[in-house]
Design a protein around this ligand. Structure first.
Ligand code: C5P
Length: 234
């Protein structure tokens, strides 16, 4: 089975919106989360979609799903403290409800990246099956530098630099095992699944990302996303 864990458990505070977390704000007349879920439902390589949202938004999410995607069987799960906490809640729900087999794959994705393509999803599933883990990454367009206080420190070779996007995908049974092997301190500081894999020396295969797969974080991003929805075919 291939599961999708769409992570919408954040409060989206950087958007400066006080009433609703950003994943529920509309683009092209429909909530961001609905656009994202729809991409997964239409991809053809995903068997089951789960969405992690803050506890107090669970009922609201169910109402939205019923309104916009009445035919779809999407599970709504309570999110966790941080992004990885939400991811682990999704894994826990799957384990309890469906059971997890060795070959089962989880494709985890930020709810606020509604323009993820079918090619990205298909490669995530394939690479996670073949290698164990995959991460979508966009080759750096700008030169990337590190800074030390107020000063430029180093400029690593641009061809080695990427911006990390989602999906991040992995064989779920192995991921749960790796997470259980973390010390309490590691578990607190490592909030990223790929970081955890690399810490353990496990391979993560790159799925080449796309600029359109950007994360809606600021009011500027929201305006761009709204424009894209209204000015391009679905
Ligand atoms: O905060 P940021 O934009 O990096 O969040 C990335 C994604 O992780 C968002 O889709 C957000 O809803 C999700 N998230 C989550 N649970 C949390 C915090 C963030 O699912 N506790």
């Amino acid at each position: 089975m291939v599961y999708a864990g769409i992570l919408a458990g954040g409060r989206g505070e950087r958007m400066g919106h006080t009433q609703r977390p950003k994943q529920f704000l509309p683009i092209g007349g429909r909530p961001i989360l609905i656009h994202t879920v729809e991409r997964f439902l239409h991809a053809g390589c995903i068997d089951r979609v789960l969405v992690a949202v803050p506890a107090k938004w669970m009922e609201y999410t169910k109402v939205l799903l019923e309104k916009y995607l009445p035919e779809a069987a999407v599970s709504v799960v309570e999110g966790g403290e941080d992004r990885n906490g939400s991811l682990l809640r999704v894994c826990g729900y799957i384990e309890k409800t469906f059971g997890i087999k060795e070959e089962d794959v989880l494709v985890s994705h930020d709810a606020v990246r509604p323009f993820v393509s079918a090619r990205i999803l298909e490669e995530n599933v394939r690479f996670a099956r073949e290698v164990g883990a995959a991460n979508t990454m966009l080759p750096a367009i700008d030169t990337i530098a590190t800074g030390e206080g107020e000063f430029l420190d180093t400029i690593p070779p641009r061809e080695l630099m990427y911006q990390v996007q989602t999906p991040q995908s992995f064989r779920m049974a192995a991921f749960i095992e790796v997470c259980r092997s973390l010390t309490e301190r590691e578990a607190k500081t490592l909030t990223d699944a790929s970081k955890i894999y690399r810490l353990k020396g496990l391979p993560v295969k790159i799925v080449v990302g796309e600029q359109q797969n950007f994360k809606i974080t600021t009011p500027y991003d929201l305006a761009v996303a709204d424009f894209l929805c209204k000015n391009q075919p679905a």
